[in-house]
Design a binder for this molecule. Sequence first.
Ligand code: ATP
Ligand code: MG
Length: 286
Amino acid sequence: MDLSADHIKTLHKYELRILQSIEYLMNRYSWVPEEELVRNTRLSANEVHFRLSKLMKKGMVRYSQVPYPGYCLVFNGYDTIAITHLVKKGIISSLGDCIGEGKESRVYEALGTGPIILKLHRIGQRSFQTVRRGRSYLPEKQHCPWVFASHYSAEQEYLALNALKSHVKVPTPLFMNRNVIAMAYIAGDRLADCSLENPRKAFDDIIAQVGIAYRLGYIHGDLSEYNVMFDGEEIWIIDWPQWVSPDHENAAEILNHDLETIIKFFHRRYRFSSDMNEVRSLVTGC
Ligand SMILES: Nc1ncnc2c1ncn2[C@@H]1O[C@H](COP(=O)(O)OP(=O)(O)OP(=O)(O)O)[C@@H](O)[C@H]1O
Ligand SMILES: [Mg+2]
């Protein structure tokens, strides 16, 4: 079930209290027993039971009988805690539609002082094993690795956006809480979905931006026509959680893959060729 503005608007304060309590108790339990929630929230057993059934209907928590009866947050619940925090902080006043659903994130429009974007990082949850594979930073005894992994992914992207915002065309980051980043809205389309009048200029701009980011210590790691936007005048590079540093052991390979993907796209769509070695030395300066 998708998270909707209505789900959040109609959230009762006790439901939020229970969500926060499950989040806290998930440090100790894989599945949080109902009596622990009663103790922790200081609500009556009946109230907790009633509110839990509402939260399950909204797809925010999950119940399991095995290995023992208990409750666990799922993404809708975790996202809700973060978004409610953004509302309290005055970062957003309303949540709009979901405009993008990737493998590892959901992107929503929202209203703050102007139109903004909320990116909800969602790593894993299908299987704990899948989340752990390839993510060496996950602590061994993490009960809910998807919570940790999603928060970490948001932190990585927020870090890059902050480091790059004054130098490279990236969306300005506004705020981050848990797995959610609020950032400036770019009124444009992805390169994959638009037709450029001056593709050579756009290509040169992308390579120049990639070069500046490289010199600041950031290689995108997932550069493609889906992660570059064009607003009619300028190009913007989005989607930075998987960046690596030029010191990374696979940096050369990752940078080559980024550049090849962009070169191939421009060749396929606009029929112009670029020399990989030349482009690479423009980026690295050697
Ligand atoms: N700042 C922004 N302004 C306008 N639209 C945005 C912005 N950020 C993201 N989008 C839209 O949302 C879509 C998805 O965003 P993004 O590429 O960051 O995540 P993703 O591709 O879903 O992530 P993943 O690659 O992990 O699956 C983009 O293709 C773009 O259409
Ligand atoms: Mg993307």
